[in-house]
Structure formats: structure tokens, C-alpha cells
Design a protein around this ligand. Structure first.
Ligand SMILES: CC(C)(COP(=O)(O)OP(=O)(O)OC[C@H]1O[C@@H](n2cnc3c(N)ncnc32)[C@H](O)[C@@H]1OP(=O)(O)O)[C@@H](O)C(=O)NCCC(=O)NCCS
Length: 193
């Protein structure tokens, strides 16, 4: 299984790239912080602008901002929300951080903001003791496979992949199967270089 995903990521990385090289100057323009409940409407609007992400209810985004702020990351450029990552630590799996959604607004793409959102998450005190990251991705979401593939490379961590939430079973027909990607184990933040 691990071999399969490693090959998949390598294949993706061999494809022609839209852009290369993220300038430090452009990256410096972003600021990152935990969200608060006032960010809820902007988070909802950002996710709506980022297909193929599922559009959750406005209420869901408010609860994420209020109760899961420690494991959610909001990125701003000139006070405008342009990046968002939601996640949580499953209570039954305390060494894992589950990444629910990553969204970079169309106007902020091409500068590696998705990578920085993930790195900001893993550096959070709320991720202390985390040794695995899990997320789900549909088979056709190349940008997402590439995003998490790069994270596995930065962490020098093994990966595995398996179909989890199935189209026509857990999910309605028309919603592609979500594959569970696991990255890890990797060293806890305090032990990473
Ligand atoms: C996935 C997403 C967060 C990435 O945004 P980003 O961080 O701005 O990504 P960038 O444009 O800076 O690209 C970063 C790298 O990914 C590569 N990449 C971007 N889109 C790609 C695609 N469709 N296929 C393959 N590689 C892709 C880029 O070539 C770049 O690689 P490089 O640094 O080696 O040049 C953004 O595309 C997005 O919000 N998509 C919609 C929502 C979504 O699918 N989220 C996924 C997880 S839930």
C-alpha cells in the first residue's frame, strides 16, 4: 500500500507544473493565526470559492472557528482571509491530527500557501505529541495529492492510502470515494529539525 502511494506522488510530481519557485517576498505577505468566531462568514465564503471542496454549513464553520481554533489555521493578506485549514485531533487517536479541509483562494495560489498552512498547523502547541497526519482525498484531486505528498517529503515520513468513504455507500452517488491518506509516523514537533 505504501509503495502504491509513493509511486502515485512520484507520478504526480513528474507532471508538468503550473508554476515553480515561490518567492520569499510574496510568501512574507501572509500572516497566520488561529481563527475566531468572527472569521466564520469569511471562512464560509472562501470555501465556497474553492471547488471541489464540500461547502459545509455556515454553522459548521462557526463551530470550527469557536471550538477547534487550536487546530485550524487562518491566513490573511492585507487583512483579507485568503487561506484556511481545518483540522482536529480525533479523541480516540491522540497521536493523530486529522486535516479536514485546506483552501487557498484562487487569487492567492501559486505561492505555496497550502504548504505553509500545513507547516503552521504542525508547529501549533495544539499539535504537541502528534506523530501522524490523516486526511481524505478523492482520486482525481491532483493538487491535493501533490500538497500532501510534499508534506510527507518534508517530514521524511512514510505514507499509506486506502479507500475509506465510498461513493454510493457512505457517500451519495456523484460524490467520489474519499481515500484515507496517512502520513507518518514522524517525530513529534519537539524532535524535528
Ligand atoms: C490545493 C491548494 C490548497 C493548493 O494551493 P497552493 O498552496 O496555492 O498551491 P500552489 O499553486 O502554490 O502550488 C504548490 C505546488 O503544487 C503544485 N500543484 C498545484 N496544483 C496542481 C495540480 N492541479 N496538479 C499537480 N500539481 C499541482 C504546483 O506546481 C506547486 O509545485 P512547485 O512548488 O513544485 O512548483 C489549492 O489549489 C486549493 O485550495 N484547491 C481547492 C481546494 C482543494 O482541493 N483542497 C485540497 C485539500 S482538502
Amino acid at each position: 500500500m505504501s509503495k502504491y502511494i509513493d509511486m502515485d506522488i512520484a507520478t504526480l510530481r513528474g507532471e508538468p507544473k503550473r508554476r515553480t519557485g515561490h518567492s520569499a517576498a510574496s510568501a512574507e505577505r501572509f500572516t497566520f493565526r488561529p481563527p475566531n468566531v468572527s472569521d466564520g462568514p469569511a471562512v464560509h465564503a472562501l470555501i465556497r470559492s474553492c471547488p471541489p471542496l464540500d461547502e459545509n454549513s455556515a454553522y459548521c464553520n462557526l463551530v470550527q472557528c469557536a471550538h477547534f481554533a487550536g487546530t485550524c489555521v487562518a491566513a490573511f493578506r492585507d487583512r483579507e482571509l485568503v487561506g484556511w485549514l481545518s483540522g482536529y485531533r480525533p479523541p480516540e487517536d491522540p497521536e493523530t491530527i486529522f486535516v479536514w479541509q485546506v483552501a487557498v483562494g484562487p487569487a492567492a495560489r501559486g505561492q505555496g500557501l497550502g504548504d505553509r498552512l500545513l507547516d503552521a498547523l504542525l508547529a501549533r502547541p495544539a499539535c504537541s505529541g502528534v506523530r501522524r497526519l490523516k486526511t481524505t482525498i478523492t482520486a482525481d484531486n491532483k493538487a491535493s495529492w501533490a500538497l500532501f505528498g510534499r508534506l510527507a517529503e518534508r517530514l521524511a515520513a512514510p505514507t499509506s492510502r486506502e479507500p475509506w468513504l465510498l461513493e454510493g455507500g457512505h457517500l451519495p452517488t456523484g460524490h467520489a470515494t474519499e481515500h484515507l491518506l496517512t502520513i507518518g509516523p514522524f517525530p513529534a514537533a519537539s524532535q524535528r529539525p
